[in-house]
Design a protein around this ligand. Structure first.
Ligand SMILES: [Mg+2]
Length: 136
């Protein structure tokens, strides 16, 4: 198994929150979301100096967005918000750090079309991902 497959969503969450904190972001994360309405992204962060508010749904290498998460993401993007789907590969390539340091300049970067495309091609009914989806 490649390193990407060994990084869990929880580990990615910890890494993103720690780095974001170092870079001056105020990060919110609900560690027990069982009684919440579903779909709000895992990471909600604000950076006063950068004048940015950022939303990120975190997924394992093969995790898929649930319909409620897709709906939140679509509305956030429609409203002009920064909404990302981040995976372990985005951590290892430095994409996440780059976004946290500076707002991407193009709509395609903001929307992460590449990530969206890969999400829709992943085969459904992976039991491991179904479990993660229920808890995050
Ligand atoms: Mg998630």
């Amino acid at each position: 198994m490649s390193v990407l497959g060994t990084i869990t969503e929880a580990q990615l969450q910890d890494a993103v929150e720690e780095l974001a904190g170092w870079l001056g972001w105020r990060v919110w994360h609900d560690h027990d979301s069982r009684r919440n309405r579903a779909g709000l992204p895992d990471v909600v962060a604000v950076h006063a100096q950068q004048r940015r508010v950022l939303f990120a749904e975190l997924k394992s290498a093969r995790g898929r967005l649930r319909p409620d998460q897709e709906a939140w993401r679509a509305d956030l993007l429609a409203a002009g918000a920064e909404s990302y789907v981040w995976r372990p590969s985005d951590w290892l390539t430095g994409t996440i750090e780059a976004v946290l340091r500076q707002r991407p300049t193009t709509p395609a970067q903001l929307a992460q079309d590449r990530t969206n495309g890969s999400v829709s091609t992943v085969a459904p009914a992976d039991p491991q991902n179904a479990t993660q989806g229920a808890t995050r």
